[in-house]
Structures are given as structure tokens and as C-alpha cells.
Design a protein around this ligand. Structure first.
Ligand SMILES: *Cc1c(COP(=O)(O)O)cnc(C)c1O
Length: 416
């Protein structure tokens, strides 16, 4: 075992094999012989998924309340998603960015539409959340024509694992082994308007904020914080970057969390990063510049990617957006999320519930890691995001009927 963290919004955690089943199957040995140790020992060997359920190699069924860490927006193997990918794979899979393709243009157009972007806004497509933030970081370095030496991020933030995004990530344990990191990142205390005001000045390039912080146990910001951040960045001439990698694509019952008036407080950011649920399981990331001025931050040739925006990933993301629309999943997420929250709050061993829509943090009176291990035994995949908080991020399609057995089992899972 090399991994000791209990968190996992970046998929590296839940790595303690004690959280899994007892069996020391050969797949575990095979895994450790041929795969990198960075994720620790996997909890399960999964072979199949359908809707909100997955099955392991022994045939045991699990209700997936984590959805690949807020990725499988439509659940597993949704027919519309499978069809879009299958048809696109049989038509045109990859072409390089010397060329474009209908799914790429259609996807970007759809993102403009659901974000109600002003003219001149633009979508840069990549392959992951960390890449989406890397592009945003490079844009920040170009803010005001370049020469602004620092950016601000918030304590508790998770922005990714590549060197630029890693510098923005708050947790020192993730950064310190890789010193020297990318310079020029200042972390300010969470929820503290005065600290932000004290840190920002007209040499600041950008402020990076997750509208909902996932890694620290799913928390939104205190009322007024985002609005104040918008005011401060505007008067300093700095960019406001919203990392919606986890909170976007319907997760909170809005296309992007900042579009929820309660979370976003009407704030219009300069840059939005998106990934995770965007592809519904196909790797894709997007960095969205709001307005023509922000789109000009990167000129032709200043950034690039080989895979980004390829027809296959674009077709998958397009199918996710189309299905969220045709199945009215934003309404479903708001309704189901509110109901789930209410039900969770009635569980005696639950101390508090945070988050929005179907991205919930559940503070429990007990050990989250032990509860998640018992849940797995009982056939429920949940995430012990901190020692005392469980994270739930099920498929957006999940129903109350599917959630009910978990709610019934929860007191026993927590009490042990
Ligand atoms: C998961 C996550 C990332 C990193 O995304 P990857 O696809 O793992 O690189 C960045 N920001 C937030 C808020 C995330 O939740």
C-alpha cells in the first residue's frame, strides 16, 4: 500500500483494499504485477454496468452512488450514449486539430447555448479536468497582456494533478513531493472575503474557484462570497475562473452550478472549466472563455492538444447534453436531490448534508471509511471523501426507488 489519503475526488483514493471485499482474487495480484501503484489496490474488479448498477467479476451487483466520481451522468451504458459512440466510431473517430468535424462544432454550439454565452465566447476542447484547468492557467498568464505574476486559489480546492493544476490544488501533500512546483499561486482561506480582498491587487492574473468544492467533502461557499469575488476580480482586472469540472453538466440540477442563483448569485465568470460528466464516461474536457476579450487570451499556436475535441469524444458529450434535455434530467436532479437530501437529514446518525442536486456530502456520526467499506459489502458504492463525510454523486438518472434501499441500509452502515 502506497496511498494513505482518505479523499478521492481525483479517483486516486478509496485505495485501501480493506474497503473492498475480503477475497484475495487473482485479479488483485495481476493488477499489482502490471499496473502502476499510484491508485493503491483497487476495491473491485468491475466487468459490466447498466443504468445505476455495476457488477463485479463474481457477479455481485452494486448500486453505483459515485458514478465514476460524478462522471457517468447518464448512468452506465445509456442507449443514447452507446448509440452515439458506436455510430461515430464507425464513421470517423479521430482526425487531429488540423481539421474539424460535425460533432465538434455541434458540441461547442450546444455549450454556447446551454451557458447562454455572449458573442465572441469560445470553447477549447481537451481530454480531462486537469487539462481544462491547465488551459485556464495559461490563459491567466496572458491576462492583461501578460506579466501579472500570480493567481489566487482557495483552500480546500482541487483542480487536478498535472503541474499547473497541481499548483492550484490546495492540499500540500499532493504538491510537496513534486517541488519545485509552478510558481505564482497563492491560496486564501475558504469563505473569507477579507482574506481574498487582502490578497488580490492589480498584479493578480486570476482567481480560481470551484462553485462547489468536491474534495473537501462537498461544500458551497458562504452567501455573498462568489459575488464579492466577482467584484474584486473585476476591479483588479483579474480573471474569475470557475472550475466546474465536478459541479457542471447537470450535477446540481442546473447545466453548470454557477447558473443556480443560490450558488452562483448571478455571477458571470470569465472562464469555465468542465470535464467529468461532460463526456458521460468518454474522456473530454472543455475550457470556455466568456466573451471576446477572454477568447483572445490565447492566440493561434499558443496552446494545443492532439486528441482534444475529437469526433468520438465530442459525439459522446453531445449525446450527454441531448439526453439531459430530452429526459428533462435537470428537473429530475433538482427534485431527486432535494428529496434525497431530506431523507438523509432524517437519518439519526447523519449530522449534516451539504452540496446541491445530486452532489452531496453527508457528515456522519461515525467513521466514513468504515461505513463505505460496509456499504461495499452490502452492494452500495459510496465515497468516504473525508474521515467523517461521505460523498454521493450518483448517475443523474437515478430514481427514488433505486435510492430507497440505500437509505434503508444507511443507519446500519454507519453504526456498524
Ligand atoms: C476531478 C477534478 C479535476 C481533475 O479532473 P481530471 O479529469 O481528474 O484531471 C479538476 N477539478 C475538479 C473540481 C475536479 O473535481
Amino acid at each position: 500500500m502506497t496511498e494513505t489519503t482518505t479523499s478521492s475526488s481525483d479517483s486516486s483514493a478509496g485505495s485501501d483494499s480493506s474497503a473492498g471485499t475480503e477475497q484475495a482474487g487473482t485479479w488483485r495480484d495481476d493488477f499489482s504485477r502490471v499496473l502502476s501503484p499510484v491508485f493503491g489496490s483497487p476495491q473491485l474488479d468491475l466487468v459490466r454496468g447498466q443504468g445505476s448498477k455495476v457488477w463485479d467479476a463474481s457477479g455481485k451487483e452494486y448500486l453505483d452512488l459515485l458514478a465514476g466520481i460524478a462522471v457517468n451522468a447518464l448512468g452506465h451504458c445509456h442507449p443514447a450514449w452507446v448509440k452515439a459512440i458506436s455510430e461515430q466510431a464507425g464513421t470517423l473517430g479521430h482526425i487531429s486539430n488540423f481539421f474539424t468535424s460535425p460533432p465538434q462544432i455541434a458540441l461547442a454550439s450546444k455549450l454556447h447555448e446551454i451557458l447562454d454565452l455572449p458573442a465572441g465566447s469560445a470553447v477549447f476542447l481537451s481530454n480531462s479536468g486537469t487539462e481544462a484547468n491547465e488551459a485556464a492557467f495559461k490563459m491567466a498568464r496572458r491576462a492583461g497582456g501578460g506579466g501579472r505574476p500570480f493567481v489566487i486559489a482557495v483552500e480546500g480546492a482541487f483542480h487536478g494533478r498535472t503541474m499547473g493544476s497541481l499548483a492550484l490544488t490546495a492540499k500540500a501533500a499532493y504538491r510537496e513531493p513534486f517541488a519545485p512546483g509552478v510558481p505564482g499561486v497563492v491560496h486564501v482561506p475558504y469563505g473569507d472575503v477579507d482574506a481574498l480582498a487582502a490578497a488580490i491587487n492589480d498584479t493578480c492574473a486570476a482567481v480560481f474557484i470551484e462553485p462547489v468544492q468536491g474534495e473537501v467533502g462537498v461544500r458551497t461557499h458562504p452567501a455573498g462570497y462568489l459575488q464579492k469575488a466577482r467584484e474584486l476580480t473585476r476591479s483588479a482586472g483579474a480573471l474569475l475562473v470557475l472550475d466546474e469540472v465536478q459541479s457542471g453538466m447537470g450535477r446540481t440540477g442546473h447545466w453548470y452550478a454557477h447558473q443556480d442563483p443560490e450558488i452562483g448569485e448571478g455571477v458571470v465568470p470569465d472562464i469555465i472549466s468542465s470535464a467529468k460528466g461532460l463526456g458521460g464516461g468518454m474522456p473530454i474536457g472543455a475550457t470556455i472563455t466568456v466573451g471576446a476579450e477572454n477568447t483572445k487570451l490565447l492566440e493561434a499556436g499558443q496552446h494545443g492538444t492532439t486528441f482534444g475535441g475529437n469526433p468520438l469524444a465530442s459525439a459522446a458529450a453531445l449525446a450527454v447534453i441531448d439526453t439531459i434535455e430530452t429526459e428533462d434530467l435537470l428537473t429530475h436532479v433538482r427534485d431527486t436531490g432535494q428529496w434525497l437530501r431530506g431523507e438523509l437529514e432524517q437519518v439519526a446518525v447523519v449530522k449534516s448534508v451539504s452540496g446541491a442536486g445530486l452532489l452531496l456530502g453527508v457528515e456522519i456520526d461515525g467513521d466514513a471509511k468504515a461505513a463505505a467499506a460496509r456499504a461495499l459489502e452490502a452492494g452500495f458504492i459510496i465515497n468516504p471523501v473525508t474521515p467523517e463525510r461521505l460523498r454521493l454523486a450518483p448517475p443523474l438518472t437515478i430514481t427514488r426507488e433505486e435510492l430507497q434501499p440505500f437509505l434503508t441500509a444507511l443507519p446500519g452502515l454507519i453504526a456498524g
